[in-house]
Design a protein around this ligand. Structure first.
Ligand code: X2X
Length: 334
């Protein structure tokens, strides 16, 4: 072999190696969709998780996060998850209930008195029951649910002090029969709108109010279109981290273990962040964004649901097994 051929060969090898390194694409490239702003603790911790997963899989699994409903609204993205067009999606149990009816069991009004009871239930039998219902419908839930928080009612003008103040109140609710049922039981006029369209619906006056944890009122800048907050704590809500079954099983076992380990580990950090934010952001919403807070008698709202037959209706819908698991988890008859 002449000297020139050897040099050419070495050059080609070097170029090839450089090309391979530069163009090294992950073996698996998956999408993770969610409906929250990049500033929400869910996206902050999720970014850390996907970076750790890329690192620990040696670059084999790249998960690209699409926040703020970039791939579509919640209803559309749930369809994408089912078809495999999107491989991962974080979704409220109540919106998921359009596919998995009994997943909404964790959203029963006033079921959880505090976060201690929430996590004991969701990391215990109630969470296991919910995940088994989700798996029956062909989706793969990660073990630990992430936190959304206790939901509060906001309005553009009206102060919500008593259940009677909700009479005829034009309130947006997420796409879920349980939300529709709850606010109908309150005597309000609920309108189903996906979260991606909420800010516009409030700013144009299509609805006068909405309900969400304070962390979302802050990160979604709802304070720009809402003036009052009524701390009803009417429901705890979370985000199941869901995978498309085919996409999940397409991953080698060692990669699946790394994904589950990191997502479940970050759940604990996100729960702490979100609870803290829901605690501290009230002062910021008041002082920096001029929101007015009301701390109503929440028992009056709970009594209104009972009088309207809300608990009886949902006990019948969910069935004895699920209802018993819920009442055992919260340590009370609802
Ligand atoms: O749609 C909402 O209000 C939100 C963001 O809280 C949920 O995903 C249920």
């Amino acid at each position: 072999i002449t000297r020139r051929t050897m040099l050419a060969g070495t050059g080609a090898l070097a170029l090839g190696a450089a090309f391979h390194t530069r163009a090294h694409a992950a073996e698996y490239t998956y999408k993770f969709a969610n409906n929250l702003q990049t500033t929400h603790p869910l996206n902050i911790r999720l970014k850390e998780a996907v970076d750790a997963i890329l690192e620990e899989t040696g670059g084999r699994l790249q998960i690209n996060v699409f926040p703020s409903s970039q791939l579509g609204n919640d209803t559309e993205t749930l369809s994408q998850l089912r078809s495999g067009a999107t491989e991962f999606f974080s979704l409220s149990p109540l919106i998921l209930s359009t596919l998995v009816p009994n997943a909404a069991i964790s959203g029963i009004g006033f079921a959880f008195p505090d976060y201690e009871t929430v996590w004991k239930a969701m990391d215990g039998e109630l969470g296991a029951y919910s995940r088994s219902e989700i798996e029956k419908k062909g989706l793969v839930p990660m073990e630990k649910i992430w936190d959304n928080g206790f939901r509060q009612i906001t309005s553009s003008s009206k102060t919500i002090k008593t259940p009677e103040d909700l009479s005829g109140f034009k309130i947006r609710v997420p796409p879920s029969p349980l939300w529709q049922s709850m606010f109908t039981a309150f005597g309000a006029a609920p309108t189903t709108i996906n979260f991606a369209e909420v800010y516009t619906a409030l700013s144009t006056g299509i609805v006068d109010g909405q309900e969400n944890p304070l962390a979302i009122a802050s990160t979604a800048k709802l304070y720009e279109v809402q003036k009052n907050v009524s701390m009803t704590n009417h429901m705890w809500d979370g985000f199941w981290f869901l995978a498309n079954k085919r996409a999940w099983e397409n991953l080698p076992e060692d990669i699946r273990e790394i994904v589950a380990k990191n997502l479940n580990a970050k759940a604990d950090e996100q729960r702490a962040d979100t609870a803290q934010l829901n605690q501290t952001v009230r002062e910021q919403l008041t002082k920096e964004h001029g929101m007015t807070f009301t701390d109503p008698d929440t028992e009056a709202f709970r009594a209104k649901l009972r009088e309207a037959g809300f608990y009886q209706e949902w006990k019948e819908k969910f069935g004895e097994e699920a209802w018993t698991i819920l009442e055992t988890a919260v340590g009370a008859d609802l």
